[in-house]
Design a protein around this ligand. Structure first.
Ligand code: AMP
Length: 631
C-alpha cells in the first residue's frame, strides 16, 4: 500500500478511517460518534461506545491462545525466568482485581503502582483497568518527594508496591521510600498492597500494609468480570515533566487508546498475533505502558518483561533473549545502543537473530553514527520513532506495516503517522513554515488523533494553557520540540523549546532538579542545565551559589558539598535526576530583569558561542562559569 494515500485519508476522511480502525478491538457497545470535537481543544473519541482495556488485552485472547505466553519475565538481577500464558494471566488478573476490589477499589478510583519490572506490576495495571479504575504508575527510580507529589495529585485509594528492585546487582529498597512518601503526602492512602520478593526485610505497617502473597491465597478462585466503561473513561494517568516544577498528570482515555495502539502495532511496529515483542524500557515510562504492556497484549503477542541492564552478565544478553524467545520486534532507546557500542562487538554476533524483523528506537534523538553502527551490527532495519508521554504513540516514524519498502533516513525519525496533522510554526509570528529546511516549533493541528492525552488530570485549564495555542482560528498542540522538514517531507527533531532535558531517554524538568538542589541548606541559588553527553544524549549540570563561600574555598570542601547536594537530589527525586556535576560560583548569569540565561550557561558548558548577551547584568558571571567548568 501507499503511505501517502493512507495518511491523506486519515486526515481528509478522518471519521471513516478511525471507524474502520475501531474494528481492531472488541466493544461492549459500539460508538455513536467517531470524533466529537465540539469543544476544542478537547476531543472525545468513539463517544457513546463502551469497552474495557483488560478485556481487549487479556480476556478476548483466552479462547484463541490460552497456552501462548502472554508475559515472559526475565530478571538477570535475580536470575528468574517465568512464563505466564494468556490463560494464567486471565486467572492472575482476576485474583489481583479481587484483592483491589476487597480494598474498596471501584470505577474511577485511582491505584498508584510503584514497582520494579516484575509481572505483578503488569498484573496490577490490568486488574486496575479491569475494575474501571485508573492506574498511575510511578517509575521505580523516583524517590520519596517525587512519589509524594504524585500521591497528592492522583489521590489513590490503594498503592501497590514491592519490597525492592535491583539494578546492576545492587538491591534498591522501595518500601522505605514509599513509607517516607506516605508521611510527606497530605493525601492519606488507605491500603498498601506489598509484593514481597524477599530481597530485603520489609517492615509492614499494621492496618495499612497487606502482603500480596497471603491475600492472594484467599481469592484463588476469584471471578471478577470486566467493568464496561465509556470509551472516554480514563484508563490511566502518567506524570511527566514540563517547564514548571510540578509534574503534570497526563490523562489517557480507554477506547481511543486501545484503537490507536492496536493500529500502531500493525502500521508501524509490524507486530502480529502470536509473535513476540521485546521492549527494553520500564513500565514507569509511556513507552512501557504502550509497548511493554498494552500494545503487544492488545495484539495477542507475547511480551518480554526484562529486569536488568543491557550489559549484564554481558552485552550479549538482549540478543540471547531474541534467540531464545524468537523475538520478532524489538524496541529500545538510543542510549542503550550507545552503551552496547562500547562493549565487545563479538557479543552481537553470538546469537541467531533470524526471527527479528526490526529494531525500533525512541525517546531521544537517534544520532547517525549510532543508527549506522547498530544497523550494521545486527543487519536489521533500524526505525526511529518520535513521540511523547502526551501522545502515547508515535507522531513521526515510518509506516512499514503499510509500505514495507519505506526506507529510514539517517538522523530523521521519519514522516507523520496516521491522523497526526504535523505543522512547523514560526516561534515568534506563529505563521506556518511551508518551505523545506525552515526551523520551527513542531505542532499538531487539533483534534489530536485517538490515544493522545485527554487533559491534565484534574486541571483542564492547565491542559489548555500549557499545550494549545490558537492560530488563524485553528487550535494547535505544542510539542515543545524544534523541528525541520526536508524537501521529501522527512522531519528532523532539534531539541526542546522549553526547560526540559532528556537524560538517557528520561525526561526531566530542570526546575524540578533546581527545587531539589535548593532545598539543601547551603544553597543560596542554583541553575540546572542539560549538557550534551556522548552516551546519555544529555546530562544535568548544576551551578550553585553557596550561602557561605568559605565552604567551597578548597577542593575537598567543594567535593564534599557536591556529594551532599547529589545525595539530596537522590533522596528527593531519585538517582535518575542527579546532576552529573555540581559547580560553585559567586553569581549566576542573569538578564537585568533577573531572568536566568540558561541558554548561555548551556553554551558555555558545551564550548559553544554564547550568542547575544547585551542584556546580561554582570558579564563577569560568564567568566566565572567558564573557570568553574574548566576547573
Ligand atoms: P517523553 O514524554 O518522556 O517520551 O519525552 C518526549 C520528548 O523526548 C520529546 O518531546 C522529544 O524531545 C524527545 N524525543 C522522544 N523521541 C524522540 C526521537 N525519536 N527523536 C528525538 N527526540 C525524541
Amino acid at each position: 500500500m501507499n503511505y501517502e494515500a493512507v495518511y491523506k485519508r486519515s486526515i481528509q476522511d478522518r471519521d471513516a478511517f478511525w471507524h474502520e480502525q475501531a474494528a481492531r478491538i472488541e466493544w461492549h457497545k459500539p460508538h455513536e460518534q467517531v470524533c466529537d470535537h465540539s469543544s476544542p481543544p478537547f476531543t472525545k473519541w468513539f463517544a457513546g461506545g463502551q469497552t474495557n482495556l483488560c478485556h481487549n488485552a487479556v480476556d478476548r485472547h483466552v479462547p484463541h491462545r490460552p497456552d501462548q505466553p502472554a508475559l515472559i519475565f526475565v530478571s538477570t538481577e535475580t536470575g528468574t525466568e517465568q512464563i505466564i500464558s494468556y490463560g494464567q494471566l486471565f486467572v492472575e488478573v482476576q485474583r489481583m482485581a479481587a484483592i483491589l476490589r476487597n480494598m474498596g477499589v471501584g470505577k474511577g478510583d485511582r491505584v498508584l503502582i510503584y514497582m520494579p519490572m516484575i509481572p505483578q506490576a503488569v498484573i496490577a495495571m490490568l486488574a486496575t483497568v479491569r475494575l474501571g479504575a485508573i492506574h498511575s504508575v510511578v517509575f521505580g527510580g523516583f524517590a520519596s518527594h517525587s512519589l509524594a507529589s504524585r500521591i497528592d495529585d492522583a489521590r489513590p485509594k490503594v498503592v501497590v508496591s514491592a519490597d525492592a528492585g535491583s539494578r546492576g546487582g545492587k538491591v534498591i529498597a522501595y518500601k522505605p521510600l514509599l513509607d517516607e512518601a506516605l508521611t510527606l503526602s497530605q493525601h492519606k492512602v488507605e491500603h498498601v498492597l506489598m509484593v514481597n520478593r524477599g530481597l530485603v526485610p520489609c517492615v509492614m505497617v499494621p492496618n495499612r500494609d497487606v502482603d500480596y502473597a497471603s491475600v492472594r491465597q484467599d481469592v484463588l478462585d476469584a471471578i471478577v468480570p470486566c467493568e464496561w466503561v465509556d470509551a472516554t473513561h480514563p484508563s490511566y494517568t502518567l506524570y511527566t515533566s514540563g517547564t514548571t516544577g510540578k509534574p503534570k498528570g497526563v490523562q489517557r482515555d480507554t477506547g481511543g487508546y486501545a484503537v490507536a495502539l492496536a493500529a500502531s502495532m500493525d502500521h508501524i511496529y509490524c507486530g502480529k498475533p502470536g509473535e513476540t515483542f521485546f521492549c527494553a524500557s520500564d513500565i514507569g515510562w509511556v513507552v512501557g505502558h504502550s509497548y511493554i504492556v498494552y500494545g503487544p497484549l492488545l495484539t495477542g503477542m507475547s511480551t518480554i518483561i526484562y529486569e536488568g541492564l543491557p550489559i549484564r552478565p554481558d552485552a550479549a544478553i538482549w540478543w540471547l533473549l531474541v534467540e531464545k524467545y524468537q523475538v520478532n520486534v524489538m524496541f529500545s532507546a538510543p542510549t542503550a545502543i550507545r552503551v552496547l557500542r562500547k562493549q565487545d562487538p563479538q557479543c552481537l554476533k553470538r546469537h541467531n537473530l533470524s526471527s527479528l524483523k526490526h529494531l525500533f528506537l525512541a525517546g531521544e534523538p537517534l544520532d547517525e553514527p549510532t543508527a549506522r553502527w547498530i544497523g550494521d551490527a545486527i543487519g536489521k532495519p533500524i526505525v526511529d520513532n518520535y513521540w511523547q508521554t502526551e501522545t502515547g504513540w508515535p507522531i513521526l516514524s515510518l509506516a512499514r506495516g503499510i509500505d514495507p519498502s519505506a526506507q529510514p533516513r539517517l538522523g530523521s525519525p521519519g514522516v507523520p503517522m496516521l491522523g497526526y496533522q504535523v505543522k512547523l510554526l514560526d516561534d515568534l509570528t506563529g505563521e506556518e513554515l511551508t518551505q523545506p529546511n525552515q526551523k520551527g516549533v513542531l505542532t499538531i493541528e487539533g483534534p489530536l488523533p485517538p490515544g493522545c492525552m485527554q487533559t491534565v488530570w484534574g486541571d483542564d485549564e492547565r491542559f489548555v494553557k500549557t499545550y494549545w495555542r490558537s492560530f488563524k482560528n485553528k487550535e494547535v498542540y505544542n510539542t515543545f520540540d524544534w523541528g525541520i522538514r526536508d524537501e521529501d517531507g522527512y522531519y528532523f527533531i532539534l531539541g526542546r523549546t522549553d526547560d526540559v532535558i532528556n537524560v538517557a531517554g528520561h525526561r526531566l524538568g530542570t526546575r524540578e532538579i533546581e527545587e531539589a538542589v535548593s532545598s539543601h541548606s547551603a544553597v543560596a541559588e542554583v541553575a540546572v542545565v542539560g549538557v550534551a553527553d556522548e552516551v546519555k544524549g544529555q546530562v544535568a549540570r548544576a551551578f550553585v551559589v553557596p550561602r557561605d563561600a568559605s565552604r567551597v574555598a578548597d577542593e575537598p570542601g567543594r567535593r564534599a558539598l557536591e556529594a551532599e547536594i547529589m545525595q539530596t537530589v537522590d533522596r528527593q527525586l531519585g538517582a535518575v535526576a542527579r546532576p552529573a556535576r555540581v559547580y560553585f560560583v559567586n553569581v549566576l548569569p542573569k538578564t537585568r530583569s533577573g531572568k536566568l540565561l540558561r541558554r548561555a550557561i548551556q553554551a558555555v558548558c558545551e564550548g559553544r558561542e554564547t550568542g547575544d548577551l547585551t542584556t546580561i547584568e554582570d558579564p563577569s558571571a560568564l567568566q566565572q562559569l567558564q573557570d568553574a567548568v574548566k576547573h
